[in-house]
Write a protein that binds this ligand. Structure first.
Ligand code: NAD
Ligand code: TYD
Length: 336
């Protein structure tokens, strides 16, 4: 199998690559990544010397660069992770989000069409369904009601990817996962930000009343689900991937404080995020029925593993929290 991954230096893409190369499988794996603030080759240190692995530094929205990689590598499958992935950043600066998430997906689909790439998996999010009232859960036919520039860009790119199945009969599947957590996640998303702040004894900024609900999925469970879809998902189909663990944000934060031995007085309620989705909820019946995949990692075990990882990797946190991170932090949290 000759597999081309995009965004493999990020949180989920790097976990996917590490898992794929852990197996002795006959695999040639290429990774296209532009190394934005979220892309970090340290995440791939354990596999960088593997002869089955090649890194291509390229921007997926640069058609000539993508063409050069796809023409030389000739993948049998593309698994597309690369994205601007953070809602708060998409609120402050939507332009790079639309460029990478929509135009970048278009550029990749076009290269795959020209080179007749046999398989394309587009990695997306449950956020495309928008906020869902109790007691409903979205299946794959639920209407798309994206709230942020991030989720709108993902909804648009999902539809574009599916149109390449309908129009050009390309073998495309789309996955929509719930909120991921685990080692190597950039400390701007809820769980790694709160762990990093708690370990430093800093305030934990909770948006609004903290009663928003997210469904937590351990990153390796997500990667196993993507692999299942790559291997046996059907063309033109969408697969939801949920963690089956819905929790209000404040409970997640309290568990992080307990796991790091810090007091609840570190919690600071701050002004809510504009357009904040109250609740995400999906059903993963389809992927479970069709591929046999199920999440394996309980939230308690996954969170304890994750806190342990951040505790043991202070150098990684310090590196990714250098200058540009400070600017984002001040812009997002200053005066909130
Ligand atoms: P991330 O922000 O950690 O990593 C994104 C990676 O993409 C980085 O390595 C970055 O350098 C790269 N990238 C960004 N713009 C690029 C460009 N123009 N060209 C090439 N590379 C570029 O993101 P993540 O959390 O690993 O998310 C991966 C995918 O999974 C995204 O498509 C995201 O929408 C989706 N997803 C994420 C979650 C989550 O909870 N994190 C949940 C569901 C779906
Ligand atoms: P986030 O990790 O940004 O993921 P998403 O918005 O894509 O679900 O946020 C998860 C939840 O945590 C969301 O309801 C917003 C909330 N949140 C905070 O309360 N404080 C924070 O500092 C961050 C980053 C998120």
């Amino acid at each position: 199998m000759k597999l081309l991954v995009t965004g493999g230096a990020g949180f989920i893409g790097s976990a996917f690559i590490r898992l794929a190369l852990q197996s002795p499988e006959d695999l040639t794996l290429g990774n296209i990544d532009a190394l934005t603030y979220a892309g970090n080759l340290e995440n791939l240190a354990s596999v960088s010397a593997d002869p089955r692995y090649t890194f291509f530094k390229a921007d997926i929205a640069d058609a000539a660069a993508v063409e050069a990689v796809v023409a030389s590598f000739q993948p049998e499958a593309i698994v597309h992770f690369a994205a601007e992935s953070h809602v708060d950043r998409s609120i402050h600066s939507p332009e790079p989000v639309i460029r990478t998430n929509f135009n970048g997906t278009f550029t990749l689909l076009e290269a795959a069409r020209r080179h007749k790439t046999p398989r394309f998996v587009h990695v997306s999010t449950d956020e495309v369904y928008g906020s869902i009232d109790e007691p409903h859960e979205a299946d794959e036919h639920y209407p798309l009601r994206a709230s942020s520039p991030y989720s709108a860009s993902k909804a648009g790119s999902d539809l574009l990817a599916l149109s390449y199945f309908t129009t050009y009969k390309m073998n495309v599947s789309v996955t929509r996962a719930s909120n991921n957590y685990g080692p190597y996640q950039f400390p701007e998303k809820l769980i790694p930000l709160m762990i990093a702040n708690a370990l430093d004894g800093k305030h934990l900024p909770v948006y609004g009343d903290g009663m928003q609900i997210r469904d937590w999925l351990y990153v390796d469970d997500h990667c196993r689900a993507i692999r299942a879809v790559l291997d046996s998902g059907r063309a033109g189909e969408v697969y939801n991937i949920g963690g089956s663990r819905a929790l209000p944000n404040i409970e997640v934060v309290q568990r992080i404080l307990a796991a790091t031995g810090q007091p609840e007085s570190l919690i600071q309620y701050v002004t809510d995020r504009p357009g904040h989705d109250r609740r995400y909820a999906i059903t993963s019946d389809k992927i479970e029925r069709e591929t046999g995949w199920k999440p394996q990692v309980e939230f308690e075990a996954g969170l304890s593993e994750t806190v342990g990882w951040y505790r043991g990797n202070a150098g990684w946190i310090a590196n990714v929290r250098s200058g540009a991170y400070r600017e984002f932090y001040d812009k997002n949290y200053g005066g909130r």
